[in-house]
Structures are given as C-alpha cells and as structure tokens.
Design a protein around this ligand. Structure first.
Ligand SMILES: Nc1ncnc2c1ncn2[C@@H]1O[C@H](COP(=O)(O)OP(=O)(O)OP(=O)(O)O)[C@@H](O)[C@H]1O
Ligand SMILES: [Mg+2]
Length: 229
C-alpha cells in the first residue's frame, strides 16, 4: 500500500538559507503522525512543503504514490490536502458563518458545512454571527479545525494545534482529530511539546524534526517539475 502522503529526501530553503535537508516522512492511510522538534527545527516549513505552500529545493512530494512536487497549494487543496496553520487559521474580521462560507470552494453547500461544524462544535452554533477575532483562543481553534474538517480532507495537517490552550480544550480538539482519523482522514500534527501530542485518545506514530538544521547553507536553484493532476 502506498503512503497517502510522502516526503522523499526533501530539502527546502528561505533564500540561500537551507532549513530542511534530506527530510523523509511518510503517512499511511488511517495513521496519525506527530512531527516533533524544538523551536526552529523546521516543523512548520515541512508542513508548508507538504501542502505545496513552500517549494522544495530538491526531493519529492508524493500523494498516494503520485509525484505532486511543484503542484500549487490550490490544486493540492482541491484534492484534499488541508493545513490548519500555526496561530489559528481563521479570518479574524469575518464572522463564524463567513469563515465557514470560505470552505464552499470544495463544492459542499454552506448548509452542509454549517451542519458538520455545529454538530461537532456546538459552541460555534451559538457564535454564528460573532466576529472570529473576538472569540476565545479555544473557540478560534475549534473554528479553524471545523473549517479543515468541513472539507472532509484526505490529509489533515495541524500546526501547533494545542498552542496556548488549556488542557481541557486541547483534549477536546484532539478527540475531534481522532474521530477524523477514524472516519478516514490521515492526520499529521506538528508540536514542540511531545506531551501535548500524547493527549488520549491519540497514540501517534512520531517523526522527529530535530535533525533538521537551520545553519546557513548555499543552495542550488530549485528545479521541480510540475505534473498535472
Ligand atoms: N519566512 C522565513 N524567512 C526566513 N527564514 C525563515 C522563514 N520562516 C522560517 N524561517 C527559518 O526556518 C527555520 C525553520 O522554521 P520553522 O518555522 O519551520 O520551525 P518550527 O519547527 O516550526 O519552529 P516553531 O516550533 O518555533 O514553530 C528557522 O530557523 C526559521 O528562522
Ligand atoms: Mg512552527
């Protein structure tokens, strides 16, 4: 069986500074994988590469065994790659409902998306017209997760889902992640704190970003191909 998502010998850089070197990660169908590492190790960059938001300098991104290196984040999103970014991926000046409306790009109706979101997170149903930026940190993260789950993603990537949240909220959020994995999504979560990743009921397979180095390093220019999907 092919991994649903695979990074094969990936390197990536910001300008001439290489921050990922020879990263190999694979996520099998049904798996929850935790990406662990200290601050600056390259976890966010790895997730951004995996959703097409940051180019690889060398190496490959494969989805279901198909080479997707160089495919745009928009096209990867359309085929079910979803990143909930670090720092709450919501539009703070839009209401809860307007944030959910943005997810209709998937082809799902707003009624269906709202039904899924408010069933999973009843508190959001009571905040429909509230501006997202005025909600608590936990509520904002619930909205961010609801937006991701509403797309019924094939691969769900969560960057620092638990950051700054109370343990009770973190446990609730991870319960939804476990449920998403049970329903068939493949989850990949980054976290600086291993303890936060092991909140029951999740027992993830772990990958370490600790070997990534951020030392200054000159790179060759990127030469990725752009396959059609
Ligand atoms: N836009 C950028 N421009 C230049 N360097 C960057 C940029 N974003 C990240 N970096 C550098 O790349 C390295 C990896 O950063 P990254 O954000 O991927 O780490 P991280 O493991 O997610 O860290 P944290 O745990 O603090 O979120 C760091 O040295 C960082 O300074
Ligand atoms: Mg990060």
């Amino acid at each position: 069986m092919n991994p649903i998502l695979e990074l094969r010998d990936v390197s990536a850089a910001y300008g001439k500074i290489t921050v990922l070197r020879g990263v190999n990660v694979s996520v099998m169908p049904g798996q929850i994988v935790a990406l662990l590492g200290p601050n600056g190790a390259g976890k966010t960059t790895t997730l951004r590469v995996a959703c097409g938001a940051h180019p690889v300098s060398s190496g490959q991104l494969l989805l279901g065994g198909r080479d997707m290196t160089g495919v745009s984040p928009r096209d990867l999103a359309r085929i079910g790659v979803c990143l909930v970014p670090e720092g709450r991926g919501v539009f703070p000046n839009l209401t809860v409902r307007e944030n959910l409306v943005m997810m209709t790009f998937t082809g799902r109706s707003i009624e269906e998306i709202e039904d899924i979101a408010y069933t999973r997170f009843p508190i959001l149903g009571k905040r429909v017209s509230q501006t997202a930026g005025t909600m608590s940190g936990g509520e904002q993260q619930m909205l961010a997760l609801a937006r991701g789950l509403a797309t019924d993603p094939a691969v769900l990537m969560l960057d620092e889902l638990s950051m700054g949240l109370a343990p009770r909220i973190v446990a609730e959020l991870y319960e939804h992640v476990a449920e998403a994995a049970r329903r068939g999504s493949r989850c990949w979560s980054s976290n600086s704190s291993p303890r936060r990743c092991f909140t029951p009921p999740i027992t993830p397979r772990c990958s370490s970003a600790a070997k990534s180095r951020s030392k200054a390093h000159r790179t060759n220019s990127a030469t990725s191909s752009r396959p059609s999907i």
